[in-house]
Design a protein around this ligand. Structure first.
Ligand SMILES: [Zn+2]
Length: 62
């Protein structure tokens, strides 16, 4: 649950949290697939990205 925004009509989420899209992409495009290259650099990059996403989520207000 990312926020308490009212969902769009016919959707389960608000527009900023995917309400406008039909659903999360599957497979590689969901960003969680394993590619085997688990370098420290990749781990650190992912950490920074998830931190940034959390900040965006926390600041989100519809
Ligand atoms: Zn929202």
């Amino acid at each position: 649950m990312s926020c308490r925004c009212p969902a769009l009509r016919g959707r389960t989420r608000c527009a900023r949290h995917g309400g406008k899209s039909p659903g999360a992409p599957k497979g590689e495009r969901n960003g969680n697939y394993r590619h085997g290259g688990e370098t420290n650099e990749a781990v650190e990059l992912r950490r920074q990205v998830s931190r940034a996403l959390k900040i965006v989520r926390d600041a989100h207000a519809c």
